[in-house]
Write a protein that binds this ligand. Structure first.
Ligand code: BEZ
Ligand code: FE
Length: 298
């Protein structure tokens, strides 16, 4: 039975009145930013429920989903970040916080596989020993967005191996494929590792179920993570992606930006950088990282 016009007006005004009353309940919130965030959250949440005419069963399913996400989360597994990632909320937060300068390197998602306490290495060291995959030499420079080389910038790197697994995913295994290093006087850093492979984000929990129920893939294209810090510049959290990877336009967490896709060159066996002699083919990649300043003219 379709609703008559009077009934529709009553329903719309009852729903709008509820939203107004909940928003008004924050009117005395002493923190103005918290008041703004909560009021907007309530408006959007109510708008969503009304938009899809959410059923009670659907609401119950949503609560059960969040409850499962809470139960599977611990120090090693963060299902809520995964949820934010697959909904594009992580990348939207990156986007709204991006510096307006367009000549700084673009940021992307942090992801769950960074660990504190990675080994501090000297430039040229090999962090790929014992890892599966083709040896890969990474060489980068860090500069200001206006072109000045930045000496002493701290560079954290982490990546999966050729099987698509991070060191921390091997039960009891050593740290590998991750390190902290510093740029030299010319703003350069370099290290040896192994070429990373594409991999699925953890998908044995509720977020994985959501991806399969919606016909989505959990895959991320092959990438290397970087976090670059310098006291006078904005910290950059980003990746480089391997050009040619088949998953570049299907990243489960929407982290790919064209400017971050770089070619990896493959070389014949023989002498490589830093005096390394290779009996197998190896690859190399060069990257140029530009840090944004928080002040407009530096
Ligand atoms: C990662 O690249 O490490 C990652 C990012 C988002 C979700 C899962 C993994
Ligand atoms: Fe990753």
């Amino acid at each position: 039975v379709s609703e008559n016009v009077d009934d529709t007006l009553v329903r719309v005004s009852r729903e709008a009145d509820l939203t107004d009353r909940v928003v008004a309940s924050f009117a005395t919130c002493p923190d103005p930013r918290l008041r703004e965030v909560m009021s907007s959250l309530v408006r959007h949440l109510h708008g969503f429920i009304r938009d899809v005419r959410l059923t009670q069963a659907e609401w119950d399913a949503a609560i059960a989903f969040l409850t499962r996400a809470g139960h599977i989360t611990d120090e090693r597994r963060q299902e809520f970040i995964l949820l934010s990632d697959v909904l594009g909320a992580s990348m939207m937060t990156v986007a709204v916080n991006a510096p307006t300068r367009s000549d700084a390197t673009e940021a992307t998602v942090f992801g769950p596989f960074f660990v504190e306490g990675a080994p501090l290495i000297s430039n040229g060291a090999d962090i790929g020993a014992g890892m599966a995959g083709r040896p890969c030499y990474v060489h980068g420079t860090v500069r200001s967005a206006t072109g000045y080389p930045l000496a002493g910038a701290r560079v954290d790197v982490w990546a999966a191996d050729d099987e698509g697994f991070y060191d921390v995913q091997y039960e009891g295994g050593p740290l590998a494929g991750r390190a902290r290093l510093y740029t030299d006087d010319a703003g350069c850093f370099d290290y040896w590792t192994v070429e990373p492979a594409a991999y699925p984000i953890p998908h044995d929990g509720p977020v994985g179920d959501l991806l399969s129920a919606t016909g989505r893939s959990p895959m991320r294209p092959a990438h290397i993570h970087f976090m670059v810090c310098h006291p006078e510049y904005r910290t950059l959290i980003t990746h480089i992606f391997v050009d040619g990877d088949e998953w570049l336009d299907k990243d489960a967490v929407f982290g790919v930006k064209d400017s971050l896709v770089v070619p990896f060159s493959v070389h014949e066996p023989g002498r490589g950088p830093r005096g390394r002699v290779l009996r197998e083919p190896w690859s190399s990649v060069s990257l140029d990282i530009a840090l944004a300043s928080d002040s407009p003219h530096v």
